[in-house]
Design a protein around this ligand. Structure first.
Ligand code: HEM
Ligand SMILES: *[C@@H]1O[C@H](CO)[C@@H](O)[C@H](O)[C@H]1NC(C)=O
Ligand SMILES: *[C@@H]1O[C@H](CO)[C@@H](O)[C@H](O)[C@H]1NC(C)=O
Ligand SMILES: CC(=O)N[C@H]1CO[C@H](CO)[C@@H](O)[C@@H]1O
Length: 320
């Protein structure tokens, strides 16, 4: 064996084969970590069921920008900007829930559990409370050292299925992963501004792919004027809005999708069959969703001695 091969193996390959995400990463270093997260999530969920949607979206936005490294949680300072400043961030919510879990975990085991893991675990717990499967979450993520709004490049809700797919394949996810993960739109809200273009198309009239009854309701709530200052929210799943179920797929099959991309899933031949099968079989959706979100949770994860374990999820340990 050439010496360079040996060097590469011992210094680059070997460390990474050991440093990877695994279920129960904190079982000896912080055995109470998962319970603490679960209790905080349970307490918040009892007050507000919509936290499941908030955490799902926060986890997605974190993972799709520079990997699942809690970079989204960093607050901007007077000298440094952060991902939270970027356009799509604006409506990400429940940062306080992550803070609460982090403070309790720091008391139990200081500088041990990453914010990125807390977010992944909290998302899992909230999905389970909302009606999803309680899947196992591999942990061992480390927190990133960079939070840059110019790196935020999230898919727009007005994309086609192939257009949105490019964002997922760029992260190593497949069409099936995308169709499955978009099932998260079975909970939560969308502001009128993100689908307003469907209510008053350029040619006039509402988007013909939308159920006219739904369109009339939305026009009543949102108005036709894109310039309205108040930007009301509507449920992404108009039927079972707080339930993490396969209802989203049934809704889009009835042309009751809110976002353009959601409706396209049921119309595009690339995704139509998957939508139909998830609509028909809720168990199959739940199982595939659990797998897909675990996969999403590994995107660009920092492991081993990469990054750091933040003391506060809102700030780097050494803020400059
Ligand atoms: C093509 C991909 C996606 C697009 C274009 C997209 C777009 C959007 C938009 C525009 C909203 C409304 C935000 C607002 O007005 O406040 C939204 C909400 C939401 N998204 Fe997505 N999304 C995508 C994928 C995902 C994925 C992969 C997940 C999670 C696995 C997710 C979870 C959510 C949830 C739960 C909400 C509701 C948030 C809340 O109630 O605060 N989305 N999404
Ligand atoms: C609405 O949701 C309930 C579950 O909460 C479900 O049983 C029902 O079939 C749904 N209705 C439609 C029209 O999808
Ligand atoms: C639904 O999906 C589950 C899990 O994938 C499978 O075991 C079951 O047979 C399916 N049910 C039907 C009616 O197809
Ligand atoms: C929560 C948060 O920091 N939101 C910011 C998102 O980005 C906009 C600018 O696009 C800021 O004005 C918000 O304060």
């Amino acid at each position: 064996m050439k010496i360079t091969t040996i060097i590469i193996f011992f210094f680059f390959v070997l460390p990474f084969t050991f440093a990877e995400l695994r279920v129960g990463f904190y079982s000896s270093t912080c055995p109470s970590a998962e319970t603490i997260v679960r209790d905080v999530v349970q307490k918040r969920f009892n007050q507000d069921k919509s936290i499941a949607a908030a955490l799902l979206r926060m986890h997605f936005h974190d993972c799709f920008v520079k990997g699942c490294d809690a970079s989204l949680l960093i607050d901007p300072t007077s000298t440094r900007t952060s991902e939270k400043i970027a356009g799509p961030n604006q409506t990400v919510r429940e940062f306080e829930l992550i803070d609460e879990a982090k403070i309790l975990i720091e008391q139990a085991c200081p500088s041990t559990v990453s914010c990125a893991d807390i977010l992944a675990l909290a998302t899992r717990d909230a999905v389970a409370l909302a009606g999803g499967i309680r899947y196992s979450v591999p942990t061992g993520r480390r927190d990133g050292l960079l939070s840059d709004p110019s790196l935020v490049n999230l898919p727009s809700p007005s994309l086609s299925v192939p257009g949105a797919l490019q964002f997922f394949t760029a992260k190593g996810l497949t069409l099936a992963d995308m169709v499955t993960l978009l099932g998260a739109h079975t909970v939560g809200f969308a502001h009128c501004s993100v689908f307003q273009n469907r209510l008053s198309n350029v040619g006039g009239g509402v988007d013909p792919t939308m159920d006219p009854v739904l369109a009339a309701t939305l026009v009543q709530i949102c108005g036709l004027d894109r310039a309205v200052l108040s930007d009301p929210r509507v449920f992404l799943d108009q039927n079972s809005s707080f339930l993490f179920d396969n209802g989203f797929y049934n809704e889009v099959m009835m042309r009751r999708g809110i976002l353009h991309i959601d409706q396209q899933l049921a119309l595009d031949k690339m995704s139509r069959n998957m939508v139909e099968s998830f609509a028909a079989n809720g168990t199959s959706f739940q199982e595939k969703f659990a797998k897909a979100i675990v996969k999403m949770g590994t995107i660009g994860a920092l492991v081993g001695d990469e990054g750091e374990i933040r003391r506060s999820c809102r700030a780097f340990n050494n803020p400059l």
